[in-house]
Write a protein of this length. Structure first.
Length: 265
């Protein structure tokens, strides 16, 4: 049985959840979760934000669009690849310098694909794991070194329903996202010793332009029909959870992975 599709909810007004905070977000150019999170953070009062992506033109365009929409805040774009340690160090150093320290890190970078295990090459497996899991580890490690001496901060990781749910042709992505969940739980216990919170959101299917271009419409509709509301999530709905986890409203959450769907098989 599938759910009857419901309409997306209205956009929630801001409540100043991140007032005065500085935010660093990876993979935030374009129209997906990262950009939605960047916009939501600025709406919620972030004083400064740096967004990063591997695409120079899209990174510049995203930063310029947000700077124009939120002139009261400082907005910066920085090209960087979370699969390259030198890029990670340069990104974190730039964010620390330009933002005056990073209060919130949102690890949004991830890479997917569809391939059966029997046909998957080592290169295809390693590429997804390197960006999605090891990239999250690299960013977390680099930012924790800056946050720990200050004794505060919040890190929000983007996991996935596939960290729990089995799906054909998704072994590499599912393994990476399950790893993000485990990384979240373990690193959170270590970071809590320094007053830093690490949590994650686990979205199910989220409709945005890149997904619509990269996956067959019939498959997307079939996956959406399985969800409790009979539809895929809007990017801003996941961004809302990220902002909550980054805010002081989540002050007692440590190593949690928040489900943003029904998580049904």
């Amino acid at each position: 049985m599938t759910a009857t599709p419901s309409a997306p909810p209205p956009y929630v007004p801001a409540h100043g959840l991140l007032k005065g905070k500085s935010v660093l977000i990876t993979a935030a150019a374009g129209g997906g979760i990262g950009y939605a999170a960047a916009k939501r953070c600025l709406e919620e009062g972030a004083r400064a934000l740096m967004l990063s992506d591997i695409h120079p033109r899209r990174t510049d365009e995203a930063a310029q669009a947000l700077a124009k929409e939120f002139p009261q805040a400082q907005v910066f774009g920085q090209v960087g690849n979370v699969a390259v340690e030198a890029d990670v160090q340069a990104l974190v150093d730039a964010a620390e310098d330009k933002l005056g320290g990073v209060d919130v890190l949102i690890n949004n970078a991830g890479l997917g694909g569809s391939k059966r295990v029997v046909d998957m090459t080592d290169e295809e497996w390693n590429k997804v794991l390197d960006v999605t899991l090891t990239g999250t580890f690299r960013m977390t490690r680099a930012v924790l070194k800056k946050m720990q001496p200050r004794g505060r901060g919040a890190i929000v990781n983007n996991a996935s329903v596939l960290g729990w749910r089995a799906q054909k042709e998704q072994a590499h992505y599912a393994a990476a996202k399950a790893g993000v969940m485990a990384l979240t739980r373990c690193s959170a216990l270590e970071a809590a010793d320094y007053g830093i919170r690490i949590n994650a959101v686990s979205p199910s299917i989220v409709f945005h332009d890149h997904l619509r271009k990269s996956a067959p419409e019939a498959l997307l509709n079939e996956l959406a029909s399985r969800e409790a509301f009979g539809r895929g999530a809007e990017a801003f709905e996941i961004a809302n959870v990220m902002v909550f986890l980054a805010s002081e409203y989540a002050s007692y959450l440590v190593g949690e992975v928040i489900s943003a769907s029904s998580q049904r098989s």
